[in-house]
Design a binder for this molecule. Structure first.
Ligand SMILES: [Zn+2]
Length: 167
């Protein structure tokens, strides 16, 4: 049976067996899966990245762009998932597609921006953690009121003794 709606389900791991009409989304693993909306039972996996599929989320409503074209399956179905609705590509007019694109592209631009920011945070995460840890180690109690000079002195002593050079 052709689906007209997909219900998003935010999960950590995509389950082994998928329920028809549910779009499983793992933000952690940046992927989503669903049973093909035509009802053929094939599992459709959509990796989420700026180069593949992009997910826009507005509360519990999700859109995925670009369209899902199941060219590798016998059904050859083609649809767009827009705010939880399944828009069958064949049933859309050119005007509808244009409007969907415009709205989704605007949403996706915002999404890609925040994705990139998140990715940079992830990338910098380790380096920052190391830098912060080493700063915290070096600065020690510098932020503690009343003892900045003492801490600085301690840091210098430790450094003279050879501690801290590899911290
Ligand atoms: Zn299908």
């Amino acid at each position: 049976m052709k689906q007209t709606h997909l219900k998003p389900s935010f999960v950590e791991f995509i389950p082994d067996s998928l329920e028809d009409g549910v779009l499983y989304i793992s933000e952690r693993f940046r992927t989503c899966s669903h049973n093909c909306c035509c009802g053929c039972g094939e599992e459709v996996v959509l990796p989420l990245s700026s180069a593949e599929w992009q997910l826009s989320r507005d509360g519990d409503a999700v859109s995925i762009w670009p369209s899902v074209g199941n060219w590798n399956y016998a059904c050859q179905s083609h649809y767009v998932i827009r705010w939880n609705r399944v828009l069958w590509a064949g049933s859309m007019t050119a005007h509808q597609i244009k409007r969907v694109k415009q709205r989704d592209e605007a949403a996706l631009r915002a999404q890609v921006r925040s994705d990139n920011a998140a990715r940079n945070r992830e990338k910098l995460g380790d380096a920052n953690a190391v830098a912060q840890a080493s700063q915290a180690g070096k600065a020690g109690g510098d932020a503690r009121p009343g003892a900045p000079r003492r801490q600085t002195l301690w840091a210098r002593i430790l450094s003279l003794l050879g501690f801290g050079s590899n911290e």
